[in-house]
Ligand binder design. Structure first.
Ligand SMILES: [Zn+2]
Length: 287
């Protein structure tokens, strides 16, 4: 069943205006978490953020990415996971990386959840919601209830090595009968609320959907793979270094022989020599 790990799967219910998405992440999560020494709590937190980011990214109808981040003034100042329309994920936490808590969300207490949608073409949309306790799933549900007309629910779980999630979302109305529509939505939400974290993490998507929705006819679409992949590059690193004053770049080169930049998200180190200086001054001394 290894082909089913690290994948996202869409499902639809016959005759019901609701779509679902099921996600599980294993290797991509291990890869994402491997570059920093995170506490078990932070691994779980990042795992839930990763599952949520993938679920939300499935709403993207164009090339781009969503960035799900939480900022707080607590021990953990930032948790961020990004997922592209190709389901490439990367993420990071900043602050006290050894912070532990029984309830991971307490590490972000009184913080803000920020959801950014970036279109490859350049447009950017950002929404913010306060984190008022509760789970990441409930914070996202608050967010969606304020920004979308369509009901959206999340169920998320992570043990730090794996993460999994389910999302249900109402589709634009196909059924003329509004009462039946909201009744069907409520029924599916109630059925899904019976799900346990270990079932989300351990059952295959097919087994999980069968267990939850035995009475429904569910169409499951082929799994779409999820990969850990960073967007950093030598060019972007060079651009960042070029923001340093030229004299400072000269100084570092004189002292260390090169300028190196390590990406915090994937650990790749980029090394530059004198080519990082503007062409006219490369190889010359400053006056
Ligand atoms: Zn990177």
């Amino acid at each position: 069943m290894s082909h089913l790990t690290d994948s996202s799967q869409r499902f639809l219910f016959d005759g019901v205006d609701v779509r679902g998405e099921s996600v599980r992440i294993a290797s991509a999560l291990t890869d994402m978490l491997g570059n920093q020494a995170y506490s078990p709590t932070l691994k779980c937190l990042l795992g839930e953020f990763a599952a949520a980011a993938v679920l939300i990214s499935n709403n993207l109808k164009y090339e781009g990415r969503i960035i799900l981040q939480a900022r707080s003034k607590q021990a953990v100042s930032l948790v961020m996971v990004e997922c592209s329309s190709e389901r490439h994920i990367r993420g990071i936490a900043q602050g006290d990386l050894s912070a532990d808590a029984d309830d991971p969300m307490t590490l972000l207490a009184d913080g803000q959840l920020v959801l950014t949608v970036e279109r490859e073409a350049g447009q950017r949309y950002q929404g913010i919601i306060a984190l008022e306790g509760g789970t990441l799933a409930s914070a996202l549900e608050d967010y969606f209830s304020q920004s979308e007309q369509l009901g959206t629910r999340f169920w998320l779980a992570s043990d730090g090595a794996h993460s999994a999630g389910l999302m249900l979302q109402q589709l634009p109305a196909q059924l003329a009968d509004g009462e039946k529509r909201s009744e069907q939505w409520s029924t599916l939400c109630l059925l899904t609320e019976t799900v346990q974290a270990d079932e989300l993490l351990d059952l295959t998507p097919e087994a999980l959907l069968f267990k939850l929705y035995q009475e429904e006819t569910v169409t499951v679409y082929p799994p779409a793979p999820i990969l850990f992949k960073c967007r950093c590059s030598r060019e972007r690193s060079a651009d960042a270094i070029s923001l340093l004053p030229e004299s400072e770049r000269e100084e570092i080169l004189a002292e260390q022989g090169d300028i190196t930049m390590t990406c915090e998200l994937c650990g790749t180190t980029y090394q530059f020599g004198r080519e990082i200086l503007p062409p006219q001054s490369a190889g010359t001394t400053l006056h």
